[in-house]
Each structure stands twice: as structure tokens, then as C-alpha cells.
Ligand binder design. Structure first.
Ligand SMILES: [Zn+2]
Length: 341
């Protein structure tokens, strides 16, 4: 009996398992219910009872050895198939990584926001569907101001005795909301889309982007406004730009000015874009009108402030030499792909 055990142990140790078929052959020969090990167990009955525990122990150990050999071999086979994996064709071209890109308007807006953020302005946003009172009345627009005209404004609700509901015609109502919400000092920029009922052409569209700024604190003067605009213009259009402030009129600021920069395309020499003048208009600005402050509950005797506002799209068109504003809104992917991230 002990000889049989010894020779079976040697056979098991020498059995080479390299494939799934060999593994199955090993199992069938040694460990199944009618295998060789089970056969030896069956002979245990004929062993001298005094030696049975010892022989039985040897048989159990032999069975454990055979089972652990099966376990090892099957794990080796599994990991082999894993590393081999499905056939890989190394000559295939790789999969293209799709990277999105920023819309040119968002690129320029992002630059503008960064410049003002660096100067301590925070960003405020508001709804594009706005109340007439916020869009006009609280900004000191007289009741008969032409901007309130149906020709210029998209009205959503326009009924006698009710506040109008409209698509905002500028981002200034965001300033009103900020003034109503917060106590001075206030230093915000309001970027966003605005809507005007204009004939659509290469030069104008019914939607465009504005960025406005508002600063209210004690003792704010026009000199502060100029310094801020200068700092912005240098960072945005180049260190050498010159500025020109022309007196102007807006209902919500007094005094008001329009700001020109030296044409950054021709350096001020005069070109087709600046119509040979050497100047490009970039924004309107002024000191916040006391009426606007009052309607937002801010005492104009105690506080003063400035506001400015600029169109974003024109800068985008000039910067990227795009000659039709409609291209910015049609989202033609062939156009957008020209502005990789
Ligand atoms: Zn020019």
C-alpha cells in the first residue's frame, strides 16, 4: 500500500500540465471519484486497522497535493490567456482623441473676464428674460425713450398697467439687480447675451454679447474710471494703445463718454477697418446717474460710482479677422474647428 502511494505521488509530481486538455487528463486520472487516488482510498479497508490512521493520513496528503497542483495549473492557464488577450494589430492607427474647443466669443470674453478679475471685479449674471422696469425704468430711461420702442426690443409681454417682460437689450439690468441685492462697496462685471430687434446682416445680429462693469464706493471719480479703462485696454489691445474719451449721453450715467482706442490693426495709421481714422470705438462709460442709485436704494450723497459697457462680438470679429457677425451664431462646425483649444 505504501509503495502504491509513493509511486502515485511520483507520477503526480512528474505529470506536466501545459494545456487545458492536459489539466483535464490529470483530473480524470487522479482526482475524480473513480480516479487513482479514490481507488487507493477504497483499498484502505484491507489495511491493518492499527496502521489505517497513518495510511489514511498519507492518502489525504496525496489528495491535497493533487488538488493544489490542479489549482496552480488552472490559475497559470487563466493568466496566460489574459496576457495573450485577443489578437492586437499594432500597425492599426490609434483612436483620435476628440478635444472640444472654445467658441471665439467665449475666448475673448474669457480674456476680458480675467483682466477685470485681476483688478478685483467679481462676475455677476442675471436672467436674459427681463422685466421692463429693470431693463429701462430703474436705469433712468424716460418713458418715451426710443430704445423702448417695439422696433428695437423683443417684448414677450406688453400689456397696459403691467410690467413688461422682454429679452434684455443690454446687461445693465444685472447691475440693477446687484445694486438691489448688495450693499456698497460694489465691484462687478456683468457679461452676457443681449437681444435687439435689428435687421440681420453681416454687421448686426439679433443677439450679441456685452460686458458691463460697475464700481460703487466712497469718493469714486471719473479719474478712477479712466485708470481702469486704460489698464483694461493695455492688457486687451497692447501696451502701446492710446485712448480717447468723447463726451456722450446715456440715460444711466452722467457725465458719460464713449471710448476709442487707437486702431490695433493699423496701429493708428488708418486702415479700412477704422475707416482711415486710426481709432476704434470700444465702449461707453460714465459716472452712475444719481437717479439710478436712488432707485436701487443707494444714497448718491454718500456713494458714487462708475459704469462701463462694451460689445464683445466686434472685438472677436476684429481679432480673428471674421467679416460676418452671423458666423459667430450659426455654430457651423467648419468655422468653429478653426479655433482649436
Ligand atoms: Zn486701422
Amino acid at each position: 500500500m505504501e509503495n502504491s502511494i509513493r509511486s502515485l505521488r511520483e507520477e503526480i509530481a512528474a505529470f506536466r500540465i501545459g494545456t487545458a486538455d492536459e489539466l483535464e487528463a490529470f483530473r480524470l486520472r487522479f482526482t475524480v471519484r473513480k480516479g487513482l487516488i479514490a481507488g487507493l482510498f477504497a483499498q484502505l479497508k484491507s489495511v491493518d486497522p492499527a496502521r489505517r490512521p497513518e495510511i489514511g493520513g498519507q492518502l489525504n496528503q496525496l489528495k491535497a497535493e493533487a488538488e493544489s497542483k490542479i489549482e496552480e495549473a488552472s490559475q497559470a492557464l487563466v493568466s496566460e490567456t489574459k496576457t495573450a488577450g485577443p489578437a492586437i494589430d499594432l500597425s492599426l492607427p490609434g483612436r483620435r482623441h476628440f478635444t472640444g474647443s472654445e467658441h471665439p466669443v467665449q475666448k475673448v470674453l474669457g480674456e476680458m473676464k480675467q483682466i477685470f478679475s485681476d483688478m478685483g471685479f467679481t462676475i455677476a449674471t442675471g436672467p436674459e428674460l427681463e422685466l421692463g422696469s429693470y431693463n429701462f425704468d430703474m436705469l433712468n430711461f424716460p418713458p418715451d425713450h426710443p430704445a423702448r420702442d417695439m422696433q428695437d426690443t423683443f417684448f414677450v409681454r406688453h400689456e397696459e398697467g403691467e410690467d413688461d417682460v422682454l429679452l434684455r437689450t443690454h446687461t445693465s439690468p444685472v447691475q440693477v439687480r446687484v445694486m438691489l441685492d448688495r450693499k456698497p462697496p460694489i465691484r462687478v462685471i456683468c457679461p452676457g447675451k443681449v437681444y435687439r430687434n435689428e435687421a440681420i446682416s453681416a454687421r448686426s445680429y439679433c443677439v450679441f454679447h456685452q460686458l458691463e462693469g460697475l464700481y460703487i464706493d466712497k469718493g469714486v471719480t471719473f479719474a478712477d474710471l479712466k485708470a481702469t479703462i486704460y489698464s483694461f485696454a493695455r492688457q486687451m489691445f497692447g501696451q502701446d494703445v492710446k485712448l480717447r474719451f468723447r463726451p456722450s449721453f446715456f440715460p444711466f450715467t452722467e457725465p458719460s463718454a464713449e471710448v476709442d482706442v487707437t486702431c490695433y490693426l493699423c496701429g493708428g495709421k488708418g486702415c479700412r477697418v477704422c475707416k482711415k481714422s486710426g481709432w476704434l470705438e470700444i465702449m461707453g462709460c460714465g459716472m452712475v446717474h444719481p437717479n439710478v442709485m436712488r432707485s436701487a436704494g443707494i444714497d448718491p450723497e454718500e456713494w458714487s460710482g462708475y459704469a462701463f459697457g462694451m460689445g464683445v462680438d466686434r472685438t472677436v470679429l476684429l481679432k480673428y479677422k471674421i467679416d460676418d457677425i452671423r458666423l459667430l451664431f450659426e455654430n457651423d462646425v467648419r468655422m468653429l474647428r478653426q479655433f482649436p483649444a
